[in-house]
Design a protein around this ligand. Sequence first.
Ligand code: KIV
Ligand code: ZN
Length: 499
Amino acid sequence: MAKDRIYIFDTTLRDGEQVPGCQLNTIEKIEVARALEELGVDVIEAGFPISSPGDFNSVVEISKAVTEPIICALTRAVKKDIEVAAESLKFAKRPRIHTGIGTSFHHIYNKLNSNPEEIIERGVEAVKYAKSFVEDVEFYAEDAGRSENKYLARVVEAMIDAGATVVNIPDTTGYNLPEEYGKKIKYLKDHVSNIDKAIISTHCHNDLGMATANTMSGIINGARQVEVTINGIGERAGNTSLEEIAMILKSRKHLNLQSNINARKIYRTSRLVSTLMRMPVQPNKAIVGRNAFAHSSGIHQDGVLKKRENYEIINPKTVGINESSILLSARSGRAALKHRLAKLGYSFSKPALDTIYEEFLKLADSKKEIVDEDLKVLAGASARDIKRNLYLHHLQVICGKGTTPVATVKLEWNGKFHSATADGNGPVDAAINAVKDILKRKVRIEEFLIQAITRGSDDLGKVHMQLEHKGVVYYGFSASTDIITASVEAFIDAMNQIV
Ligand code: KIV
Ligand code: ZN
């Protein structure tokens, strides 16, 4: 039987971008929109054009830059909003106006100072007006989660009659239980006479941590579009996470549902949004959190090393993460230690491994996590033992507000000196670009971590870096009171193993 298609409506750039501190400029929004297009989303909600000239401009520029997905602009049920949205969408190949009004008791009486009949009239007028500009009009019944089902059905029927192609049923306050939200969608399917002329959309907020569950319940009961954001960002506790819905649809085959999401691009899109919006992803976040594929207890580590499926329902490669990680702590067993040592190139007989394990346990009792550097020391290969043929001889950086950072480096490589100068988007980037110009190796920085040991400005900065070269990951470390030097030295420490 052919799978039913679930349309993915991404609102990272609208509901997500409303979060204080997450604002992006137009260039950054275009970068996110392009990533969303590559990810395979069906609709990009690009902004709320009446809200500011910046938002208006972003919708215009995203409409020019992205051609595959539908580009959607949000409005209130207000003529001026709709006119401005239509204007902002003039370059969109497939434009959509998303208009709507509150339908719950709270919104009708306490926010809009209105009454149920007038709300329907205003909604119909807005849909018809939007329809005079674009063919594709989505209507949202704000706070539908707390709206009375019988009244909501009347609203939805009137909006479809007025020309709405999609009807959005937001649980604006994240109040519904999954069963309740699912029943609401089913009620609309059963009681709205023209429901087959429109797509029902979910839009769930996460105030009680049920956004994904509610969205799934909506889908199971007949919704065919879901409104989601990358990393679940959004107003207050956020929106439903795109990555969670995409992976539920992909993993639970019996549902017979599919989306157009290219799962392999999930992780990199998550990182892009997190970096640009300066919004860290919580470590235990499903699918994209740092710990989503990390195993720390001895029993789990042993199980996952025997067969990944013992403790993982998703292969991390499916979402673009290279591999699961085995974290070493006092709870780890010999299997995990042996595995991590093997990754660093060490292999030991059983008695030798037993001895290292004893030392490892002592160290793990005094440190939260054992990193590769610790393992090298335990294995008798401290940094001094690694054969080096590459050194940073000299580093000069010019940077500061209003300047383009420029760095000059001099390296000693196999006994010969080489110099280069390069610029970059920051002093570290400039210096690393200069090193790359000399070494001419294709590497990708996978992890770059700067840690202060205490809190003073005179503190020593520790830099950990992971580089990927031809599918192998190399680790570099350095510490200095000058974090730019430490960063470049950590890069060189890892490059030393490559060249
Ligand atoms: O949460 C909500 O109700 C919304 C609407 C504007 C769609 O974001
Ligand atoms: Zn919302």
